[in-house]
Design a protein around this ligand. Structure first.
Ligand code: SAM
Length: 321
């Protein structure tokens, strides 16, 4: 009879710990910032949820603990921190490292294009490149040829498909003040967060939230502009999501086996929901090569932002066939 071999249960890697701090060792905001950055780097955290590096992430969390806006942080960088404030900061830094949740979930806030939005784990943390593109490509009369819509004040209707926290609909309301805005999501949870943000910005008159599958809840309505940051991660990407992203709703990422399930549906239906002069602005992550291969005749205009190259396309209603 074969001998039973005892195998040790696989050990979980121990959660990274911050080095102990004695009273009085950390004094100023700058001291806490340096300490947090060292801890974040040691723990190999991923930064993709409102900040893109450990210094900005630490500054954001310390600012939140002290009720300071991001633009006030520098002013107080050499200021001393009280014992109670120091504890609040250390609690947040520790939670970021041990839970690996995005900082935005720990403080229920994220800044996008300088505006604060409420977020929690019912919704993806907003970080769409479309926020920047609304500023850079929809200003109208710049005369430098980069504007995609000539007169933002003449935009009467906007649709934000896959709205999540409602952040893009809210940013759109600032660029198209005369537009009636519809925002759709299939997730009841996400819409609850969007409703809170829309109410916080007093925009309930301008923005209507709809629950449903893409265009389904909108009947035959047509829009001057459709913006969308849909789920576009393929199966391989879903399997390799960093822990920070696994804290977010999978529904917000999952684009099917090749990532394009929702994008195909948006491209095939958008024309029926655009006015004659309208256009579609859609974020697709790294899926550009697959989309170009699937639609070789579609004249998609690929747009860049400060932190992305060709991850968002623009197409007019006339060119959508
Ligand atoms: C990548 S997130 C974008 C959220 C938000 N627009 C942003 O930029 O932060 C995609 C959103 O699409 C929603 N969604 C997924 N499938 C959908 C569908 N078939 N119809 C409508 N919304 C959908 C998800 O619930 C999620 O909120």
């Amino acid at each position: 009879m074969a001998k039973k071999v005892k195998t040790a249960a696989p050990r979980k890697a121990p959660a990274p710990k911050l080095p102990k701090v004695n009273a009085g060792e950390l004094v100023s905001l700058l001291d806490y910032l340096r300490y947090a950055v060292s801890g974040f780097q040691e723990a190999d955290l991923v930064f993709a949820h409102g900040t893109t590096d450990p210094v900005s992430e630490a500054a954001f969390l310390i600012g939140e603990a002290l009720h300071l806006r991001p633009d006030q942080f520098e002013t107080f960088i050499t200021a001393r921190v009280t014992a109670a404030e120091g504890k609040a900061i250390l609690d947040l830094i520790t939670a970021r490292i041990t839970t690996r949740k995005p900082a935005a979930y720990l403080v229920n806030k994220v800044y996008m294009r300088g505006l604060p939005f409420y977020v929690d784990e019912r919704v993806i943390v907003p970080r769409s490149f479309i926020g920047e593109l609304l500023e850079t490509h929809f200003g109208g009369a710049e005369g430098d040829g980069t504007s995609l819509i000539d007169d933002p004040l003449a935009v009467d209707s906007v649709l934000d498909l896959c709205t999540g926290s409602g952040c893009l609909a809210i940013l759109a309301s600032r660029h198209f003040p005369n537009a009636v805005i519809d925002a759709v999501d299939i997730s009841k949870d996400a819409l609850a967060v969007a409703a809170r943000n829309v109410a916080d910005y007093n925009l309930s008159e301008q923005i209507s939230l709809h629950r449903g599958d893409l265009f389904a809840p909108l009947s035959q309505r047509r829009y001057d502009l459709i913006i969308s940051n849909p789920p576009y991660v393929d199966a391989e990407g879903m399997a390799g999501l960093p822990r920070e992203c696994r804290a977010e709703p999978a529904l917000a990422f999952d684009g099917g086996s090749d990532g394009l399930d929702i994008i195909h549906r948006i491209l095939s239906q958008a024309r029926d929901h655009l006015t004659a002069e309208g256009g579609l602005l859609c974020e697709v992550g790294r899926d550009r090569p697959q989309i170009e291969a699937a639609y070789p005749d579609l004249p998609l205009l690929w747009l860049d932002t400060e932190d992305s190259e060709g991850e968002v396309f623009w197409i007019t209603a006339r060119d959508l066939v």
